[in-house]
Every structure is written in structure tokens, then in C-alpha cells.
Write a protein of this length. Structure first.
Lengths: 210, 270
């Protein structure tokens, strides 16, 4: 109750500023602070989707700040990508290529991390939600670019394998504020699962390259 | 056939279609089109609308009163067109409220129900029907054909809009998603589902004015609260409180973006 009154008071204060014709930046900043406070008041933990998921890390903060206006300034983007590249944990055995058949299954399922799912259940990568991959799968989304013939056009070499491993582990390492989830960084996919989707893209026998 | 029988047979047609599944090749629009051809101009939501109208007029709660004197935006008892001005600031509560939040208020004040009683079963399933979904279906149906004209002239309304906008762009959680990830760009699809760009007036109008919807995949009429709840689940966020100020703020942002669009719900959705 008290909290609520406080918030109303904060809203009223923010409003007064807007009415007084203060700089747009100030009101936008206030709205952001108010939005976070309101979400923390009105959302609740459910299953594994706990309230602390509303807390942002550096990337999420920076990308939210610039989401409405477009792009991160070039310098900040470079800085963010470097810091994110440093988070990538490469496989200790130096082997990036798993089993493309397992990779195809991972690409097909979007399970994982939702409040109605068991926290212990293995998550999927849901790559088909956003990407075209194997030609036979017609049900694919367009949030990301087509990855059909990825290996055929980009090459099968170990450098390319290492890049795709790191890209899936942490897409922000190469494209600041990418829409693609950080599968390794957030622990959505395991090391073996990431190797398997690397194989889906880069094994010459994978349907992606047929 | 009387209206109830007709509506029941429509619902069954919908079940059959849902069980049949959909072809991978067809887009959302095509699926809905196919469905429309099967049921003609009829919409199973009619069943919810009828039940909602009865509920609106039925005395309930400790005060044994109906909701007919409820002010849902255009004054006590006015249903026609009321949905097109929501969310809106209400002086009696001192809050910006959407339809569901407002109905909870009236159930408390007019009927004497507690908030828990009023919001129990807010998302129905099968035999456990939701009074809310029926009431919302009825009230929204009384706005068909009227353009959305949600106001942000009051400071409280403007503030709700600004907060809702921030919520729309707020990235967080284990998938780094915001609403804008899926609904902030033109012409995107997830798998074969078309994603409206809710920052664009044309897409926002089409999306907003067709909710609530009879969902073929669920055999239920679902409200905007339910749609947002399900998107937050996919976003891997914690769950938003039902009829909460946060959901109202987000709804305010979506509604204002849809201003000018002719209201056309409850519609049929996949």
C-alpha cells in the first residue's frame, strides 16, 4: 500500500516535469525508472521464471536504452562486443563439430526456461523460429537471416566452426543488440548442444548444406 | 436452431478443425481464412457474448447487485462504444484502468466481492468457465464498428502510455527478449506465424481491434490480458499480475498505437 502511494507520488512528480516542459530526456528517464518499479511491484515469480529475471545485465541495459531510437553509438557497440566475446567459453577439447542429427532436433524445439516447464528439462535452440535452415523444413521464421547452405557458401574450415560456436554461445560478441538469444552465456544450451548445432550448419552431410 | 444450439455446433466445428491440425505450408492468415470458410460468417465467440450479457445483468455477490450500473468509461451503465475509450483514467479509483481492471473494481464496489473472488478463474479452461472472459466478450462486442479513440490528455494517462512504451522495449531474462524483439519490426514471422509490428499504426490497429479472440487452438475466448500473459511466458519473464497496473500501462501503449482503427472483435484467432 505504502509502496503504491510512493509510486503515485513519483508518477505525479514525473508528470509535473513533463507539464513544465522539461527536457524529453528527463521524462524518458523517469518513465524508465517508473516502468521498472511498476514491473517489480506487479509481476511475480512463477516456477523457474523468478522475479529477478527483471534485473538487467549490461547488454540488456544498453540495448533497452537505445531500442526506441535505433542503434547503439559505434564506440559503445565495439566496446560491448569485445566484452561479450570475452565471455565465450570454448570447448576444452578444441573440437567444435558435434552431430548434425542431434543439432536438427535442437533447432526444432523451443522448449526451455518458461514458467510452465520443468527447470530440469533440457532446453532447445528454436533456431527454426527465426531462421531458415534445412530446405525440407518449410515452417521457419524470418527474424534472423536464412542459414540455408551456410557451410557451402561460408566454408567448412575450423575458423568458421569456431565463429559459429562463439556466435551461438554469445551473438552479442559480433552484433551488439542482436535479437538472437545468448545460448551459451545464459546456459540455455550446453557445450555439446552448441557443438551439435554447429554441425547442423557446418557438417557437409547436414541437410542445411544439401 | 436456437442461438445456443447454433453456437454450440460452431464450437464443435472449431474443435474438429483444431484436432485436424494445420498444414505447415499455410500462413496464419490462410489458416484463419480456411477456418472462416468452414464456419461461414459465424463466430463461436457469440456463445461467450451471450453468456457475458447474462452475467452483466445478473445480480451476484453479497450485495446481490448486477453490474449494469458499472462505469466502464462512458458513464454508469453505458456499454455501447465503451471499450473504444479504454484504458482510461477513473476519478473514483484515481487510476488508469483497462476493461478487466475496471470490471474487478465494479465487482468489488457494486457486488461486494473481494478482489480474490472477482479474479478467481480469470482464464477459463473447459468446464471451469471464466466470468471475465464472457463479460469482456459481451462488452467488447458492443463496440464493433466504432473507431478506437483512447485519450492521453490527462497526465495520468500520458504517464501510463510512457511507462507502457518502456515496458515494450524492456529487454531482460534468459533469452534477452523484449516485446520489441518480436513485434518491433515490419513483416516478421516466427515459424509461420505472422508477427504484427505493434509500433506501426496499421499493424497495431489490426492486432488490437481483433482482441479478445476466439482461439481455435484453445477452444476459448481469450482476452488481451491472456494474450499478453502468454507472450510474457514466451519472453521468459516472470508472470504479470492479472488486471494489474503494469498490464494496464502496456495495454495503454498498444491501444494508443491502434487509435483510429475500427474495433472489430471478438475475432477468430488461431
Amino acid at each position: 500500500m505504502n509502496n503504491h502511494k510512493l509510486r503515485i507520488a513519483a508518477l505525479a512528480a514525473g508528470t509535473a516535469l513533463v507539464v513544465a516542459g522539461c527536457a524529453a530526456l528527463t521524462s524518458s528517464h523517469d518513465a524508465e525508472r517508473d516502468a521498472v518499479a511498476l514491473m517489480k511491484k506487479d509481476f511475480h515469480s512463477r516456477g523457474q521464471a523468478t522475479l529477478d529475471r527483471l534485473d538487467q545485465d549490461e547488454v540488456q541495459k544498453a540495448c533497452t536504452r537505445y531500442a526506441e531510437t535505433g542503434k547503439l553509438p559505434e564506440g559503445e557497440a565495439q566496446h560491448l562486443q569485445q566484452a561479450q566475446l570475452a565471455t565465450v567459453k570454448y570447448p576444452a577439447d578444441g573440437d567444435y563439430l558435434g552431430d548434425w542429427k542431434a543439432g536438427e532436433k535442437i533447432a526444432q524445439t523451443g522448449k526451455g526456461k518458461q514458467w510452465n516447464e520443468k527447470p530440469t528439462a533440457k532446453a532447445g535452440g528454436n533456431c527454426y523460429a527465426c531462421h531458415q535452415l534445412a530446405k525440407h523444413e518449410l515452417s521457419y521464421g524470418t527474424i534472423g537471416p536464412s542459414l540455408y547452405h551456410f557451410g557451402r557458401t561460408r566454408g567448412y574450415g575450423v575458423d568458421m566452426q569456431k565463429y559459429v560456436y562463439a556466435k551461438v554461445y554469445n551473438p552479442q560478441a559480433f552484433t551488439a543488440c542482436s535479437s538472437m538469444p545468448r545460448f551459451g552465456y545464459h546456459g540455455i544450451l550446453t557445450e555439446q548442444q552448441i557443438k551439435d548445432v554447429v554441425a547442423l550448419l557446418l557438417d557437409p552431410k547436414s541437410p542445411v548444406n544439401q | 436452431m436456437n442461438p445456443i444450439q447454433r453456437a454450440v455446433s460452431l464450437v464443435c466445428a472449431a474443435c474438429a478443425l483444431a484436432a485436424f491440425g494445420v498444414h505447415a505450408q499455410s500462413s496464419t492468415e490462410q489458416e484463419i481464412e480456411k477456418y472462416r470458410q468452414q464456419v461461414g460468417e459465424e463466430n463461436p465467440a457469440e456463445l461467450w457474448e451471450m453468456r457475458g450479457e447474462a452475467l452483466w445483468k445478473q445480480p451476484r455477490g453479497p450485495k446481490h447487485a448486477s453490474l449494469e450500473q458499472c462505469d466502464i468509461g462512458l458513464g454508469p451503465g453505458v456499454v455501447k462504444g465503451a471499450y473504444t475509450v479504454l484504458p482510461k483514467y477513473f476519478a473514483d479509483t484515481g487510476k488508469v484502468q483497462d476493461l478487466e481492471s475496471r470490471l474487478v473494481t465494479c465487482m468489488e464496489t457494486l457486488q461486494g466481492l473481494t478482489r480474490e473472488e472477482a479474479t478467481k478463474n480469470h482464464f477459463g479452461s473447459g468446464p471451469k468457465r471464466s466470468p471475465m472472459e464472457a463479460l469482456v466478450a459481451y462488452i467488447t462486442s458492443e463496440s464493433r464498428g466504432i473507431p478506437m479513440h483512447v485519450s492521453v490528455s490527462r497526465p495520468e494517462e500520458k504517464e501510463a502510455y510512457e511507462i507502457g512504451k518502456k515496458m515494450f522495449f524492456y529487454r531482460a531474462g534468459p533469452h534477452d527478449f523484449a516485446c520489441a524483439t518480436c513485434h518491433g519490426h515490419p513483416n516478421l514471422r516466427i515459424r509461420l506465424q505472422d508477427l504484427p509490428n505493434l509500433t506501426d499504426p496499421k499493424d497495431a490497429q489490426r492486432a488490437y481491434t481483433t482482441w479478445p479472440g476466439y482461439r481455435v487452438s484453445q477452444g476459448e475466448v481469450r482476452t488481451m490480458q491472456h494474450r499478453l500473459n502468454d507472450c510474457y511466458r514466451q519472453q521468459r519473464f516472470p508472470e504479470p499480475g492479472y488486471a494489474s497496473d503494469a498490464v494496464t500501462a502496456l495495454t495503454m501503449y498498444l491501444a494508443v498505437n491502434a487509435n483510429g482503427g475500427k474495433y472489430n472483435g471478438p475475432a477468430v484467432k488461431r
